[in-house]
Write a protein that binds this ligand. Structure first.
Ligand code: NAD
Length: 446
C-alpha cells in the first residue's frame, strides 16, 4: 500500500485517485476548488463518468478523501501525482502555469514529507517539462536534491472519457519515466495491475509517448475526413463504404484463432465525421505542432491534421444549408453538446462552431444533450440557442436535425421521426444512423 497525494481532482485526478483506492492504496486528493472537495467528501461526483459514483461511494472516508490542504497532504503521503490542467495557450502551445504553481507548493512542502517522497507528473506536458522546469521548481522550493532526497518522474495518462474508470482498472499500457526513486515507487504503485504491459523509460520519452499516441489518433480521424471530403467533391461516393473497404485491410482487420475477423480498435478512428474535440486531441496536436515550430522543425503533417479538423464543423453546416436550400428562418435542432458520448465534457466540442455558424446564418436553433445543461450555451455566448432537455420536444417542428454527438439516445430517432409529418432532414455528423432508416438523410462524406 502506498500513501498517495493527488494534486488536482479533475477528470484525471479523481478517476486515478479512485482507481488507486480500489487497488488498495490510501489516497488523499487535493484541489484548490473547495466546492469540488466538499462534493467529493460528501460522496457526490463532480463529473459525469461511468463508475465514478460507485467507486466514490465505496471508498470515500476510508481509502479515499479529498482536501484543500496541500502541505498536510504531502506530509502525510509517500508519492504525489500531479494532475492539474495544462490548457492551450494563445500560440497553440500549452500553459504550464498550473503545473509550475503546484510544483512550487509541493516543493515547499517536501522538507516535511517522508524521505524519498516522489513527485510524478501525470498531466500532459511537453517532453522535457518533468526533468526540466518541474524538477528545477521542486529543487528550488524544497532546497533538496532531486533523484537523491526526492524522486521525480512522468506517468502520462491515457484514459478515455466515458470509460475512464474501466481504462484505469484495465489499461492497455502503463508508461513510466524518471529517476530510480520514481521508477521504484511507480512499479510498487501499479503492482496491483500485474498483467499490463509496462513501458519503463526516461521522463521525456514517457511524455512524448502520450503526445505521439494522441497525434496518431487525430491523424487517423483527419485522414478519414479528408478522403470523405474528396469523395463528396467527386460525387456518387459514400465515404462510409470507402472506409468499410479500407477497414477490411489485413492491417485493420486481422483473424482470430478460429479464423473469424477481428477488427482493430484503430479502425473506429478511420470514419468520417464532424471532427474530433475534447480536452486532449485538439490541445495535444496543437502543442506538438507549436513545439515543432519553436524548434525550427515545423510538423507539416500535424498542422494539416489540425487544419482538416478545424474545417469539419463548417462542412456539417454546409451540408445542412444545401439540404434546406438556405439557413435564414430555418428551424434546426442540434443534437449533442458533449464532445463525445457518455461524458459531460464540452471542451472543444464541434457543437459550438456548428451552433455559432447556424445562428450567424439566421437559423432558429435549439440544442439537446442528455447530460449537458443550458448553462454551457450561455458560457459559450450562444444565448440565442434554446436548450431543450427532452429529445422528443427538441425535434418537434424543426426543418433539420443535426447529430453532433454519437449519444446512444439518438439511435431512437428513426422511431421518433416516423411520428412527424413532415419529417425533418437528418444531417448525421457522426454517420451513426442507417441512411435508409429516416425519410430524409444527409451525412458527412455522402
Ligand atoms: P481538469 O481541469 O478536469 O482538472 C484539473 C483540476 O486541477 C481542477 O479541479 C483544478 O481545480 C485543479 N487544480 C488546478 N491547480 C491546482 C493546484 N495548484 N492545486 C490543486 N488543484 C489544482 O483537468 P483534467 O481533464 O483532469 O486534465 C488534467 C491533465 O491530464 C491535463 O494535462 C490533461 O491534458 C491530461 N489528460 C486529460 C485527459 C482527459 O480525458 N481529461 C486524459 C489524459 C490526460
Amino acid at each position: 500500500m502506498t500513501r498517495v497525494c493527488i494534486v488536482g481532482a479533475g477528470y484525471v485526478g479523481l478517476v486515478t485517485g479512485l482507481g488507486l483506492a480500489e487497488l488498495g492504496h490510501d489516497v488523499l486528493c487535493v484541489d484548490v476548488d473547495e466546492g469540488k472537495v466538499d462534493a467529493i467528501n460528501a460522496g457526490r461526483a463532480p463529473i459525469h463518468e461511468a463508475g465514478v459514483h460507485d467507486l466514490l461511494r465505496m471508498h470515500v472516508g476510508t481509502g479515499f478523501r479529498a482536501s484543500s490542504h496541500l502541505a498536510e497532504a504531502i506530509a502525510a503521503s509517500q508519492l504525489t501525482l500531479l494532475c492539474v490542467g495544462t490548457p492551450s495557450s494563445a500560440n497553440g502551445s500549452i500553459d504550464t502555469s498550473a503545473v509550475e504553481r503546484a510544483a512550487a507548493h509541493i516543493g515547499s512542502a517536501l522538507p516535511s514529507a517522508e524521505p524519498g517522497h516522489c513527485v510524478i507528473v501525470k498531466s500532459t506536458v511537453l517532453p522535457g517539462t518533468t526533468d526540466g522546469t518541474v524538477t528545477e521548481v521542486l529543487a528550488q522550493f524544497s532546497g533538496m536534491s532531486p533523484g537523491v532526497e526526492f524522486g521525480v518522474g512522468a506517468n502520462p495518462e491515457f484514459l478515455t472519457e466515458g470509460q475512464a474508470v474501466e481504462d484505469f482498472l484495465r489499461p492497455d499500457r502503463i508508461v513510466i519515466g524518471g529517476d530510480e526513486l520514481a521508477l521504484a515507487a511507480l512499479r510498487k504503485l501499479y503492482a496491483g495491475l500485474p498483467d499490463v504491459p509496462l513501458v519503463v523509460t526516461n521522463a521525456r520519452t514517457a511524455e512524448l509517448v502520450k503526445y505521439a499516441s494522441n497525434a496518431m489518433l487525430a491523424n487517423a480521424i483527419s485522414f478519414a475526413n479528408e478522403i470523405a471530403n474528396l469523395g463528396s467533391a467527386i460525387g456518387g461516393i459514400d465515404a462510409m463504404e470507402v472506409m468499410r473497404g479500407v477497414h477490411l485491410s489485413r492491417y485493420l482487420t486481422g483473424k482470430g484463432p478460429d479464423g473469424s475477423p477481428v477488427r482493430a480498435g484503430l479502425a473506429a478512428f478511420y470514419e468520417p465525421g464532424c471532427g474530433y474535440g475534447g480536452s486532449c486531441l485538439p490541445k495535444d496536436v496543437a502543442a506538438l505542432a507549436a513545439l515543432g515550430r519553436e524548434m525550427g522543425l515545423p510538423l507539416l503533417l500535424l498542422d494539416a491534421v489540425a487544419a482538416v479538423n478545424d474545417g469539419q464543423p463548417a462542412r456539417l453546416v454546409a451540408a445542412t444549408e444545401a439540404a434546406l436550400k438556405g439557413l435564414p428562418g430555418r428551424r434546426i435542432a442540434v443534437l449533442g453538446l458533449a464532445f463525445k458520448p457518455d461524458t459531460d465534457d464540452v471542451r472543444c466540442s464541434p457543437a459550438f462552431p456548428v451552433l455559432h455558424a447556424l445562428v450567424a446564418g439566421g437559423a432558429a436553433v435549439v440544442a439537446h444533450d442528455p447530460i449537458v445543461g443550458a448553462e454551457v450555451l450561455e458560457r459559450e455566448g450562444l444565448t440565442e440557442v434554446a436548450h431543450v432537455a427532452d429529445l422528443q420536444s427538441a425535434i418537434k417542428a424543426v426543418d433539420a436535425i443535426i447529430i453532433v454527438t454519437r449519444w446512444a439516445d439518438y439511435g431512437a430517432l428513426p422511431g421518433l421521426l416516423a411520428e412527424l409529418d413532415p419529417a425533418p432532414v437528418v444531417v448525421d455528423g457522426r454517420r451513426m444512423l442507417d441512411p435508409s432508416s429516416v425519410p430524409h438523410y444527409a451525412g458527412i462524406g455522402r
